[in-house]
Design a protein around this ligand. Structure first.
Ligand SMILES: [Mg+2]
Length: 298
């Protein structure tokens, strides 16, 4: 994996030094000369890590760090101080700003690289964790929505195909009420696994609500999407849950992108409408809306 770093440093010799070491590790380096420049840079690009000096003109590193902590967009970017300020009070002041590391100049280059690497790796473990639903192997709602937004923006701008499906477990409440929540959780895990096993590599699956899953299928026409989701439906209908030979059924709505859909939310709404139709028509089925109904509902 390739990373990008923002170096915030007013000393050009130090900038060059850091640049050489980081680039050796395939880390793309961007430079800001002080906190103000860093803030400007961040308004259009989010790096994987910020490596900042403390003593700088216009805006020092402590002020920069404080500002970043106050902004939700920047708060989670890994942050390391590399500074000549080596007093105990200085270091404690740094740690109190929740920095990921505090490295004192002059430093041992190999150690600096190892510490930067450790911060990047730890952070990527956390971000993986944050992408997934807490129970199933599906992505969480925030992640699948971001993914849909990206795909939606792509087809809106450049054209191409995009289909989505909203999948809902039939009578899930009844299942919970009859067999208890632990069994309900087990059903959710198994259904998510069945969906994930059936989708293609390029598709994404997220848990959208309690017993609802959203499937995003890039470069997919509705006919193919229907085939994929129908396979998911029949696969799940064939599952047997221990104990008592319990059967799980799903209903699903499928929708295809077209230029008249104005937002990801409206797009999801179309899939929801199709899902509603599947429920109305007796459940355990996959539906899509005829094209002519889209404008009315969108
Ligand atoms: Mg300085």
């Amino acid at each position: 994996m390739e990373y990008s770093a923002l170096i915030v440093e007013d000393d050009s010799t130090m900038v060059r030094l850091l640049q050489v070491y980081l680039e050796k590790k395939n880390i793309t380096v961007h430079v800001a000369r002080d906190g103000k420049e860093a803030m400007r840079y961040l308004s259009y690009e989010i790096p994987d890590i910020i490596i900042s000096d403390i003593m700088m003109p216009r805006m020092d590193g402590l002020t920069l760090r404080n500002k970043l902590l106050q902004d939700e967009k920047y708060r989670m970017i890994p942050f390391i101080f590399v500074t000549a300020k080596n007093g105990l009070d200085d270091r404690i002041k740094g740690y109190k700003l929740y920095v990921d590391d505090y490295i004192v100049k002059p430093f041992e280059p190999r150690e600096l690289i190892a510490r930067v690497d450790a911060v990047l790796k730890r952070h990527s473990l956390y971000s993986d964790l944050m992408r997934f639903d807490g129970l199933t192997s599906a992505l969480n709602r925030k992640t699948i929505e971001e993914l849909l937004e990206k795909e939606f923006a792509r087809v809106s701008r450049y054209g191409g195909q995009l289909s989505i499906s909203m999948v809902d477990i039939d009578h899930f409440k009844r299942c919970n009420d009859t067999y208890g929540h632990i069994f309900g959780d087990y059903v959710l895990i198994k259904v998510a696994d069945a969906i994930l096993a059936e989708v293609r590599n390029t598709d994404a699956v997220g848990r959208y609500g309690g017993e609802e899953f959203l499937i995003v299928m890039p470069e997919t026409m509705i006919d193919n999407a229907l085939t994929v989701v129908e396979r998911i439906r029949s696969g799940i209908a064939g599952l047997r849950f221990d104990p008592q030979e319990f059967n799980v059924r799903i209903s699903a709505g499928v929708a295809q992108f077209y230029p008249g859909i104005s937002s990801p939310r409206d797009f999801v709404h179309l899939a929801d409408q199709a899902l509603y139709r599947a429920k109305e028509n007796g459940r355990n089925r996959v539906e899509c809306l005829p094209q002519e109904e889209h404008s009315v509902l969108g």
